[in-house]
Design a protein around this ligand. Sequence first.
Ligand code: MG
Length: 115
Amino acid sequence: MKQETIDMVLKFRDDRNWRQFHNPKDLAISVSLEAAELLEVFQWSADDLICENKREKIKEELADVVNYCILMADACGLDLDEIVQAKVKRNSEKYPVELAYGNKSKYTELKKEKA
Ligand SMILES: [Mg+2]
């Protein structure tokens, strides 16, 4: 995540004196609500495998999700790059390429399938 982007999101919050409202609980709720708005873009859609005609709405809602993630990370003193990279490393251990390549099974099933 570019520091410039993080600073822009935090400045938007601070210019409005909204930090006082940004506790972890309400930010977690906001991440989830914005994720639901992203999902809503596809509700009742027959052609939900493409995003061409939904691109603008997807951009808006995805940005809302990421903005709240930035605010939540700040409220909890977390570095987004660090936690995302750590998660990818953990997922790499749960989903080794030799077991998971081209296979969408959950990690708990992968080793059973191999055996
Ligand atoms: Mg939204």
